[in-house]
Design a protein around this ligand. Structure first.
Ligand code: MD6
Ligand code: FE
Length: 216
């Protein structure tokens, strides 16, 4: 904790290596919070949040949208990246500068200086929403890391191994925390436990996660 001139208590950003190639930057996004929230609202206006269907026919509890050249989509045909939003048939909204600058500076702080994301998946959780264990493997280039930004209500993030059955470590991710994740951990299983009830001062009963990838 830091106490600035105005007596405001702020968390000092910290850097914690949670595995080889994976770094947790607590509070890293806090200074950009206002710009990020404005830009999330603009993205969601152009490409509304929707609950996608898995190839197995289940409706996901996480509501999603995308910005950038490529957007992650799921339907009965499978998981993939697409340049157009299937709801509108138009390209996804451009990646806002605030998003790109944050993603690149977080990647650099974690030891990935050349991160060039072309996709940002925006996930929206409400209490009860969860994301089951999965690997992020629809991207072309696993040499590039993923940058994941947490906003709003806290969540319990599960970080597992290369097999679904391996034991998981749990991390509490709070408003402003950023996880950068690449190298030997790029394909580790991970998920989010059901979101607990609560009210966040800027986002109410919501958690928003931004995940940046080089997809195409
Ligand atoms: C979430 N995140 O935190 C979901 N994937 O809401 C992810 O699925 C994720 O945080 C790959 C790397 C980092 C992540
Ligand atoms: Fe993921």
């Amino acid at each position: 904790m830091q106490n600035d001139l105005f007596g405001t208590l702020t968390e000092t950003p910290s850097r914690e290596e949670i595995a080889e190639g994976a770094v947790l930057l607590r509070g890293f996004a806090l200074t950009e919070e206002d710009a990020l929230l404005v830009d999330i609202a603009l993205v969601a206006e152009a490409a509304p949040f929707r609950n996608m269907v898995t190839p197995g026919g289940f409706t996901m509890s996480v509501a999603m949208t995308n910005c950038g050249r490529a957007g992650w989509v799921s339907d009965r045909r499978g998981y993939r990246y697409a340049t157009d939003d299937p709801l509108s048939g138009k390209p996804w909204p451009a990646m806002p500068d605030s998003f790109l600058i944050l993603a690149q500076s977080a990647a650099a702080a974690a030891g990935y200086p050349a991160f060039a994301p072309d996709a940002c998946l925006v996930n929206r959780y409400v209490p009860g929403t969860r994301l089951t264990l999965h690997q992020d493997k629809n991207e072309k280039d696993f040499a590039q890391p993923i940058v994941s930004v947490s906003l709003g209500l806290p969540a319990t993030f599960q970080f597992g191994g290369m097999e679904r059955t391996e034991k998981v470590t749990r991390y509490r991710l709070e408003h402003g925390d950023v996880v950068v994740w690449g190298g030997p951990t790029r394909l580790r299983f991970h998920g989010v436990l059901p979101l607990k009830d609560g009210l966040h001062s800027s986002l109410g009963a919501t958690r928003i996660n931004l995940t940046f990838r080089k997809a195409m």
